[in-house]
Each structure stands twice: as C-alpha cells, then as structure tokens.
Ligand binder design. Structure first.
Ligand code: IPM
Ligand code: MG
Length: 355
C-alpha cells in the first residue's frame, strides 16, 4: 500500500528514537512491498527556535493531510521558563486538538524477560496486561476560562475542568469496544465524590455500558485507582479516564513495565490520521548520547501500522522482532543493558520477518 507519514522528531532524545521508528518502518515497507513516503517536520522547542511557535499552521496542515504521524518527544530545560509565553508542550496540545485525537491508548504489559526491571516483585507484575484509554482533547488541559489575575490585591490562577457528554461518550465507547476484544472488563476512573465532571462521566459510562452487555463496568475513584494500580495491577483490563487523571496514572502504570522507555502510545480520533509516540519524554539528560531506549518508539510504529494503516500482520511482525531482540539480550541502560539506541534498533530490524 501507499502511505504518507509525517515524522515529528521534536526535542531531546526525540530525534534519536524517531530515527529508530523510521528505520523499522522503512524495513517493513521493503519486506511488505509498501510505499511509505516520509516527511520530517518541526514540533516543540526546535519549532519555537525556528519560527517562534511550537507548531506552525503549515506543519499541522501537513499532518492533517498525512495517513499517520510519528512523534518523538518535545520539551527541554532551554524552554522551561514558567514565565515563557510559548512552550514546547503547546505544540503537542495543538496537534492533539487540531487532529481531534480524543483517545490516547497506552497499553502496559510487562515483557516476561524484563520482569526484573521493575522495582516491584516479578510475581506481582507478571500477569499485568492493562490498556489505559486516556481522554485527550478535553478536561483541564483545554477548559476555559483559564488564566491568572488579581482579586482584591491577591494574585490568583485558575483552570477549568469541563466535559461535554459527547466527549465522554465517544472515548468510553472506544474503551468498551477494546474491552470486547480483550478480557471484557472496563474500569472507569473518576472523582465522582467531588467533581461535577466526574458525575457526568460516571453517568455516561453507565449509559454506554448498556450497549455492551458482555462487558463488565466497574467505577473506581482516582485515588483508589492509583493505589490499586500498584497493589493489584493484574486486576485491570481496560482503564478509561479523563485527560489529567490519565496523564498521571499512565506514568504510574509505566513502572509496572519496568521502564517508560519501553512503552508506546496511539492517539486516535474519528478516522483521520493518528499520532503515535513513545510515552517517555525528551530526557534531556541523555539526549545526543545514543543511549535512549528505542523500543517505545518502535512499538509506537507498530501501533501506527495497526491502527492507521490497518497492517495488522506488519504490526505483529514488529512486535515479534522486539520480543526476539530482547530475548537475545539487546537492552539499553534503562533496563540494565549496555547496548546503544542504534544497536538495539538494528537488532530489531534484523529480526523482522513477515509471515
Ligand atoms: C504526556 C505528556 C504530555 C501531557 C505533556 C508533554 C504535555 O506528559 O503525553 O503524557 O501532559 O499530555
Ligand atoms: Mg504525561
């Protein structure tokens, strides 16, 4: 098949891991006889340096026209001043909103050979297989009004948590669909004892559940969920939650897999191009050293093949190759290995076989 893919390497280790994903996609195209066209564009701090904004309308436009977008990471100390009017993260939010990517899928499944990489007991995490579905274009990240002002001489800042029912419905529906193909359980996480938005969330989840009689719905308060993710992580199947809760819980959940460097994510919307990115950040401390773990980005490329290009066999081929490379001992420093980004990438590329 023919596909146009926009690469947004971004900042820090972003370019290193995006190169790895690019390499893997190129190999898949070669083996599968596909024609992938890649265009590399700026996002985040590098875009601020070049044009003053974290995502230009031109780049957003080229993403809209693509079949899929592969992103590295954005941000770094150079652009971290809290007073700054433009911040790298704005590029990511503009991209998510601009492409209407309302659902962020973050699968967390520890690799059987890397159980010793987590700080938790291996027996405790070995059966973990959770798919976190994070709402991505609503809530505190986008709600208005937001700002800073002065009331009676006192400085104040405020953000707004807001949700339309339809925004909750579509993401919860997706969670139920995914659960239908898995262990048939949805945990909807909210703070319904306190927040109005959470009460609407919970009510909507109950309504959606009626359309999926074979899937069990449970509700969990977010504070309880943060505890249960550590105390009984294997009990979760699909966890669906609002934007900010999902941001926090997915960093927590990544500990179950041993390293953030291993985990991919897919941001999808209503049929348009999806954005695929590792869940780790730009890791400025190791940027440019060639030591970043490329696995999160490579597995994100697999999700891109599966969800945006509908090449399920190719996606599995990439996932199998990653498993084999890990089984053969290829590991970066974050999982107590000594291999560099390129060594691990080449090890994966060599092990890709299409059935
Ligand atoms: C993530 C990140 C982003 C977020 C930042 C970089 C804006 O933490 O994708 O989880 O908060 O969504
Ligand atoms: Mg985050």
């Amino acid at each position: 098949m023919k596909a146009g893919i926009v690469l947004l390497p971004g900042d820090g280790i972003g370019p290193e891991v995006a190169r790895a994903a690019h390499r893997v996609l190129t190999e898949i195209a070669r083996l599968g006889g596909h024609e992938f066209t890649f265009t590399t564009q700026l996002i985040g701090g590098c875009s601020i340096d070049a044009s003053g904004v974290a995502l230009t309308p031109e780049v957003l436009d080229s993403c809209k026209k693509a079949d899929a977008v592969l992103l590295g990471a954005v941000g770094g100390p150079r652009w971290d001043n809290p007073q700054a009017a433009v911040r790298p993260e704005q590029g990511l939010l503009a991209l998510r909103k601009g492409l209407s990517l309302y659902a962020n899928l973050r699968p967390v499944k520890p690799h059987p050979l890397l159980l010793d990489a987590t700080p938790l007991k291996p027996a405790h995490v070995k059966d973990v297989d959770v798919m976190v579905v994070r709402e991505l274009t609503g809530g505190l990240y986008f709600g208005t009004p937001r700002g800073r002002d002065e009331v009676d001489g006192l400085v104040r800042a405020f953000d707004t948590m807001e949700y339309y029912e339809y925004e909750i419905k579509r993401v919860v529906e997706l969670a139920f669909q995914l659960a239908g193909g898995r262990r048939k359980k949805v945990t909807s996480v909210d703070k319904a004892n306190i927040l109005e938005t959470s009460r609407l969330w919970r009510q909507t989840a109950i309504d959606v559940a009626k359309g999926f009689p074979d899937v069990t719905l449970e509700h969990m308060l977010v504070d309880t969920a943060s505890m249960r993710l550590i105390s009984s992580p294997a009990a979760f199947d699909v966890l669906v939650t609002e934007n900010m809760f999902g941001d926090i819980l997915t960093d927590e959940a990544s500990v179950l897999a041993g390293s953030m460097g291993l985990l991919p994510s897919a941001s999808i919307g209503e049929g348009g191009p999806g954005v695929y990115e590792p869940i780790h950040g730009s890791a400025p401390d190791i940027a440019g050293k060639g030591s970043a773990n490329p696995v999160g980005a490579i597995l994100s490329a697999a999700l891109l093949l599966r969800h945006s290009l509908h090449l399920g066999d190719e996606a599995e081929a990439v996932e199998r190759a990653v498993d084999r490379a890990i089984a053969d001992g290829f590991r970066t420093a974050d999982i107590r290995g000594t291999h560099g980004t390129e060594e691990v990438t080449e090890a994966v590329v060599k092990r890709i076989t299409l059935r």
